[in-house]
Design a protein around this ligand. Sequence first.
Ligand SMILES: C[S@@+](CC[C@H](N)C(=O)[O-])C[C@H]1O[C@@H](n2cnc3c(N)ncnc32)[C@H](O)[C@@H]1O
Length: 375
Amino acid sequence: MVGGVEEQLTVGRVAELAGVSVRALHHYDEIGLVRPSARTAAGYRAYAAGDVERLREVLAYRRLGFGLREIAELVDDPATDAVARLRRMRGLLLEQRDRTAAMVTAIDGELEARAMGIRTTPEEQLKVFGARLYDAIGADYPATRRTEPRIAARVWDALGDARTVLNVGAGTGSYEPPDREVTAVEPSAVMRAQRPRGAARCVAASAESLPFADLSFDAAMAFSTVHHWRDPIAGLREMRRVARRVVVFTHDAGDAGWRHRFWLTRDYLPEVAGLVADRPPVDRLARAIGARMEPVLIPWDCADGFFEAYWRRPEAYLDEQVRRAVSVWTRVGPEAERRAVEGLREDLSSGRWAERNRDLVDLDAAELGLRLLVA
Ligand SMILES: C[S@@+](CC[C@H](N)C(=O)[O-])C[C@H]1O[C@@H](n2cnc3c(N)ncnc32)[C@H](O)[C@@H]1O
């Protein structure tokens, strides 16, 4: 028993104060999530101060939409102290508030547009989901997205002798180094649920608000995720704050050259230009964290099916499964996708693609604007 009689609350009183049902509290008790550990003078089970603190955490995560199993992992996380837990919860709540505000703004915009007889584009409609795009499309990710060993070697090499590594926007964990102590951060529940058994501990949070104290890790890495962040510069600065070294693999959104070099965007999917128009160019990202920048060539037989991966295997883009694992295809909308795929199919069967891209056949690796930033 921690304190005096007033500090213990009966199940009924807790239910009343917290606005939850007694049934829910009994359920949490039965599954071992929150157990009232004290007794009232009359011998009834009661919640002590520590139980209430735990319940508050559970209810906040409930409100944020987490499942009970995931909540159990979060509240039992031995690696986090009370302040770090409050910071994490605060970050998640702020993110939810921002996302809700963004959704209201987007819906207001759509109402206004509709009143003027204008239909919103698929891209605008998807923007409503913000960082949770991967909750909508993430289930198709693991089919073709996996570690490309040659690119992984570059990233792991850049991590130097870091023993503890934070992987931000970790997804299913494709590029997590197997020989270091990794902590993952991933905001999408769908992506977290697909992490393989035995994968590194994964925290539900966003790059822009990392729930860790300054310099908690030797290194922080982010692979193929920065272009999804609401505020890439803020996210990179957060990585800089929590780690001594930062390694980022991303593409150059600002350089029109790569779009022209890559036949898929140049000849079939010019809409990609619109998707990256408001993204900061890679040199601005590098400057924000004082990083050096190295080009990363894409091998012709790249094992990870990201957007540019099949530059020498054009038939792959006709495969629905390949496209569904890359957000670009969802973001451009079904009309642009259908047109691009049909155009490519025709050009492949007529020999036009081969004629136009004759110079690619002999290349083993291509420079398509992918960059490694190391700070
Ligand atoms: C293309 S996937 C890359 C996943 C993983 N790094 C990999 O290489 O397989 C992009 C990931 O970024 C995550 N993401 C989106 N917004 C984010 C944010 N603000 N902070 C951190 N991660 C974010 C998505 O949920 C998704 O899992």
